[in-house]
Structure formats: C-alpha cells, structure tokens
Design a protein around this ligand. Structure first.
Ligand SMILES: [Zn+2]
Length: 179
C-alpha cells in the first residue's frame, strides 16, 4: 500500500558533493615523483638562499639556526639536491623549401608580355608589334601595314609583296584550321 500524497511540492535539492571532494592531503599523494621532487627542490633552494642572506647579516641569529635545522631535516629525510634539468629545446621547423623557378613570375618581374598567337600565321609572337619574322619562311609577317609603311622599312613594292605573302599564309592557316 502506498500512503504518500503528492502535494506537488518541489523535490528536495540534491545533496552537495562537498563530502566527496578530495581532501588536500589526498591531492598531495597524487603528485608524480617528479612533481614532488620539484616542490622539495624549490623548498631546498629557498632555504639555502635565506640561509646565505642571513649568515651574512647575523650568523648567530635564531633564524639561521632554524634554517640550518630545516636543511638538516631535509637531508636526514633522504633529500639530495639535483639541479633542474634543462628544458628540452623545441627543434626548429625546417625552413620552407625554396619555390621552384617560375617562368611566369620572372616574366612578370621583367615586364615581358606573354606571347600570343599571331592572327596571320599562328606563331607565338610578342603582342603589340606591327610585324614579326615568321619562323615558317623567314619572311616578315605584316600585322599593321600602315605602321610598317610609315616606318619606311620597305619599299612600296617589297611591302606589297610581304602583305600578299602574309595574306596567303593567313589563308593557308585558315584552310588548315578549317579541316
Ligand atoms: Zn605571323
């Protein structure tokens, strides 16, 4: 039989975990031997420093005696001083490998424009020139007849010849591409 009546009261607050917390004594025991030794060493060093200072000031003082007693107690408890190990230096990361030589970046650096395909013969040429020497036949490929004419590099007849030759190369290229 169940005689409990639900009055809709709030449930009691849960018990605190205070009692379960690890006491300070217990925490000490969880130190690794290295950590425990570090504490001992720090204590030893501070005792030695204090002793040195007070010996200079008043070697017969009660404080000096106390320090000497404390040091003697540590020794009798088996403490022997070992200097702190040098921290292991992190190995420096290797320098990044030098970038492989990049033709493009050098070209940009020197301000050399990227070559383009000639509209007449399809050969790779530096853009912006009025003409270029064709590898195909060693003749001058005319890109801008007016500019070449103004430069006076060729006689009227020779220029007309070169323009005609360029035109025929252009037609042949078109035919080739058409196939
Ligand atoms: Zn060309």
């Amino acid at each position: 039989m169940d005689f409990s009546i639900d009055y809709n009261t709030p449930s009691p607050t849960p018990l605190t975990t205070y009692e379960k917390e690890t006491p300070a004594e217990q925490l000490k025991c969880e130190l690794t031997p290295e950590e425990a030794y570090d504490i001992q060493r720090d204590r030893w060093l501070s005792l030695q420093t204090a002793l040195r200072e007070n010996l200079n000031r008043d070697k017969d003082s009660r404080y000096v005696t106390n320090l000497q007693e404390e040091i003697a107690r540590m020794i009798s408890n088996g403490f022997t001083y070992k200097p702190k190990p040098e921290p292991v230096k992190a190995v420096p990361a290797p320098a990044p490998a030098p970038k492989p030589f990049e033709q493009a970046s050098l070209r940009e650096e020197l301000g050399v424009p990227e070559k383009v395909s000639c509209e007449n013969c399809g050969e790779n040429i530096v853009p912006g020139n009025a003409s270029h020497l064709r590898d195909l036949d060693g003749e001058t490929c005319i890109l801008d007849e007016a500019r070449i004419k103004r430069s006076g590099r060729f006689t009227k007849e020779r220029l007309a010849e070169l323009v005609a030759l360029t035109e025929s190369v252009r037609k042949n290229l078109k035919k080739e591409n058409g196939n």
